[in-house]
Write a protein that binds this ligand. Structure first.
Ligand code: URP
Ligand code: ZN
Ligand code: ZN
Ligand code: ZN
Length: 511
């Protein structure tokens, strides 16, 4: 690939004329079970120039220039798409340890071939934020997209949002209802943001915790002399997540625009999403791996290095929440799994050794997500293999409007593919991971089902435990506005307006 390749899509519309970085490589994956969200079938997959050209049984090998990979007894699936990461993010006085190279190494080794990262504006300025993230992403080794955070409000921000959507391929904006004094927004900003998102066809996302109450809760813990990592969990209980989730849902309903709730960590928040969905509201809930499988007990570990690893927001909850979130995921109340990969090493975590409020918030997961969801959800019979593909890849591609180029193995899809061996076992931990961190919140975790091969846009980048990746080979994926989550919004607005004009008839119709 050529210099500046990651923005080929930005320059050329939809990567037209860029060849997808496949370098003429031809691969035939034979004998596996090809799994898409809509069905699993015995089929071969033929890839050329970074694109899937054929999916059917018994594709003949053809000529010598085709590399044949035997997938007998294995699952051939779309590469994972992580909807929620923070690579090279400046946060809480430091910068996450994984950048767009080490983060991509970790992702690819774990079967994730695309992620969507959050651009943080610079002093509230969106253009400066995007420039900064373009620089950060210059070392990328796989495809990525951007969401953008909104941290202040004025006419310029509103104008820039339009530019981001129309010119820069961003179709989602995140509002932090927590982190008072830094990223937090107030309800009036959230309302303005929801209105603007709606008019642009961009999806509004929220970090849902009541930031004012969190500040109060933190002070309460400090006053009680609780300064260790356990104070983090105690200071921001599930009710504060439930409250903010409910508030964001109601404001989105009032504006009539779809809402995406990131990192749903508690039963309280999940129940608000379930209730809104039951009432027909377009709300998407994203659990993250840490929330699904960890519990808060380790925040009480007397070893600060261990306890502080688990500090993220909203906090990892008491045992019971994770199981409920898994059940919600298996029944469709929650729709797709992210990680919130936001990694700090033990030296960075130690900034808060005498005050939990200074522990940089965040956990790893970009490398572990695909394996943990397989082991904890498919191996235990909670979801099918097709649902696995849906929650780890397809749903994300659909929500962010890049399906079926991403999130599927269909003719014409990008050749982002993994081969998973359901019989192989794994042990996770810092000894084996590709993150730059010296710690791992899944240290020692064992399970079944291993991604043996990762193919990124037609190139084998992970095989036999070896990575073969190139900095700068990743490509920016533009995400167009007005995805399917916006279907019906105009019609329901029209129905609402006509109901206002005819209150008497409405009363009669009901009778
Ligand atoms: O603790 C977390 N989640 N850190 C990353 C920033 C965020 O809130 O997503
Ligand atoms: Zn290119
Ligand atoms: Zn967040
Ligand atoms: Zn996050």
């Amino acid at each position: 690939s050529h210099p500046g390749h990651e923005f080929c899509a930005a320059a050329g519309g939809d990567a037209a004329g860029c060849g997808g970085g496949g370098d003429g490589t031809r691969i035939l994956i034979k004998g596996g079970t090809v799994v898409n969200a809509h069905r699993a079938e015995a089929a071969d997959v033929y890839i050329e120039d970074g694109v899937v050209l054929a999916v059917r049984p018994n594709i003949p090998v053809g000529d010598d220039n085709v590399r044949v990979i035997d997938a007998t007894g294995k699952y051939v699936m779309p590469g994972g798409i992580d909807p929620h990461t923070h690579l090279a993010m400046e946060f809480m006085g430091t910068v996450t340890i994984d950048d767009f190279f080490s983060g991509h190494a970790a992702a690819l080794a774990g079967g994730t071939t695309m992620h969507i990262d959050f651009v943080i504006p610079v002093n509230g300025n969106l253009t400066a934020g995007l420039e900064s993230y373009k620089q950060k992403a210059a070392s990328s080794a796989m495809d990525y997209g951007f969401h953008m955070a909104i941290t202040k409000w004025d006419d310029e921000v509103a104008r820039e949002m339009e530019v981001m959507v129309k010119e820069h391929g961003i179709n989602s904006f995140k509002f932090f209802m927590a982190y008072k004094g830094s990223l937090m927004v107030t309800d009036d900003l959230l309302l303005e943001g929801l209105k603007k998102c709606k008019s642009l066809g961009a999806l509004a996302m929220v970090h849902a915790e009541n930031g004012d109450a969190v500040a109060e809760g933190q002070q309460r813990m400090i006053d009680l002399g609780i300064t260790g990592p356990e104070g983090h969990a105690l200071s921001r209980p599930p009710i504060l997540e439930g409250e903010a989730t409910a508030r964001a849902i109601r404001l989105a309903k009032f504006i009539n625009t779809p809402l995406y709730v990131v990192h749903v960590m508690s039963i309280d928040a999940m129940e608000e999403i379930a209730k809104a969905k039951r009432e027909g509201q377009k709300v998407i809930g994203e659990p993250v791996v840490s929330g699904l499988v960890l519990d808060d007990s380790l925040l009480w570990d007397p070893d600060f290095t261990i306890a502080s690893k688990y500090v993220m927001s909203p906090p990892i909850r008491e045992a019971g929440h994770g199981k409920a979130l898994q059940a919600a995921l298996s029944s469709g109340i929650l729709q797709l799994v992210g990680t919130d990969h936001c990694t700090f090493n033990s030296t960075q975590k130690a900034f808060g050794s005498d005050d939990f409020r200074k522990i940089p918030n965040g956990v790893n997961g970009i490398e572990e997500r695909m394996h943990i969801v397989w082991d904890s959800m498919v191996e235990t019979g909670k979801i099918s293999v097709t649902d696995y593909v849906r929650v780890t890849s397809t749903e994300c591609a659909k929500i962010f409007n890049i399906y079926p180029r991403k999130g599927a193995i269909l003719e014409g899809s990008d050749a982002d593919i993994i081969i998973l061996n359901p019989e192989r076992r794994f042990v996770m931990g810092a000894h084996a991971h590709h993150s730059r961190s010296n710690t791992n919140v899944y240290e020692g975790r064992k399970g079944k089902g291993m991604v043996e091969v990762t193919i990124s846009r037609g190139r084998v980048v992970w095989e036999d435990g070896v990575l073969n990746i190139t900095p700068g080979s990743g490509r920016y994926v533009r995400m167009p506005p007005f995805g399917h989550v916006f279907d019906g919004i105009e019609k329901s607005d029209a129905a609402y307006r006509s109901s206002l004009r005819a209150p008497v008839q409405r009363g009669k119709a009901a009778a």
